[in-house]
Design a protein around this ligand. Structure first.
Ligand code: AKG
Length: 294
């Protein structure tokens, strides 16, 4: 069971762990979060008329509207200890899957709160696909794990993060032939998650994250189509429902949906992007990152 979870994560770059956090703790965290949001932005979750009363915040294009300025709220929530019990529950599930003392959380929590947008139908997004870590040759694991924490039920229409599962392995494969050395600046920029991993950073061969999408597009029309517009029916069929693979690696768009109390562990080398929240509820998701232990 544990082994298969780890294998699944290794293959897909995404792993859902259900009911990790007790619902009472989730409801407490929800209420702390919204108290702060109300205090700082005069936004009340139960009163949609308050969500956009400030024309400049939430910000973002038609698809995804987020609150600028959530960083200080998340820092205060973390410092107050109000997220500690949730963090312990997450750590214990991570330990069960990956082994104790293999991954430890950073101090930083992120808010991925997003508000309903003006778009009417959900579609597989075509914009802003990116990776958040380079693919390092000889390293089957990322430097960090992103853990998405569901404070509420999140369905597809609520603008879940979308991920190309398997794409981290396609990036690894490309890195073997097209990776280069002398990326000290890039490696140093990730010091909070990779310090101590490399004796000689300039000799590390890697594929920087800003090269991955273009190279995938060059070798595979599936990725070319991914970044082009199309109707929801056609794109959902092509990218979510159909099975596709190349070089023995399955690729599929998966949506990070879940139930309050679930977590999803994500490999930041996978291509991913936001999607439009076309529902009438804010998406209540937080993110906590873990780093590899030496
Ligand atoms: O808000 C989203 O769904 C996108 C999240 C994302 O890109 C990230 O957490 O790195």
């Amino acid at each position: 069971m544990t082994f298969s979870n780890r294998e699944d994560f290794r293959n897909k770059g995404v792993l859902k762990l259900s009911s990790v956090i007790d619902i009472e703790k989730i409801l407490d965290a929800q209420s702390y979060l919204w108290q702060e949001v109300k205090h700082k932005f005069s936004i009340n979750i139960d009163e949609p008329s308050t969500w956009f009363s400030n024309a400049h915040n939430p910000v973002g294009d038609a698809g995804a509207k987020r609150l600028n300025g959530m960083g200080s709220i998340m820092r205060e929530l973390k410092a107050s200890g109000k997220l500690d019990e949730i963090e312990r529950a997450i750590q214990s599930s991570i330990d069960q899957v990956f082994g104790t003392h293999t991954w430890r959380p950073l101090d930083l929590w992120y808010s991925l709160l997003s508000f309903p947008s003006s778009e009417s139908a959900w579609n597989v997004p075509h914009k802003s696909w990116h990776c958040d870590e380079p693919a390092v040759v000889g390293d089957a694991e990322p430097w960090s794990l992103f853990v998405f924490v569901f404070l509420d039920n999140v369905t597809v229409d609520m603008g879940p993060t979308t991920v190309v599962s398997g794409s981290h392995r396609r990036a690894e494969r490309l890195a073997k032939t097209l990776g280069t050395q002398n990326h000290e600046a890039l490696i140093n920029a990730f010091e909070s998650v990779n310090s101590g991993l490399f004796e000689s950073p300039k000799e590390v061969t890697l594929l920087p994250m800003d090269q991955v999408l273009d190279l995938l597009i060059q070798e595979d029309p599936w990725f070319q189509e991914l970044v082009e517009e199309g109707s929801p029916d056609q794109r959902i069929q092509r990218f979510i429902e159909e099975d596709n693979s190349l070089y023995g690696i399955k690729q599929k768009v998966v949506t990070l949906t879940g139930t309050a109390g679930d977590i999803i562990v994500f490999d930041p080398r996978c291509l991913h992007t936001f999607s439009a929240n076309v529902s009438d509820r804010p998406r209540q998701v937080l993110r906590l990152d873990f780093r590899r232990q030496l």
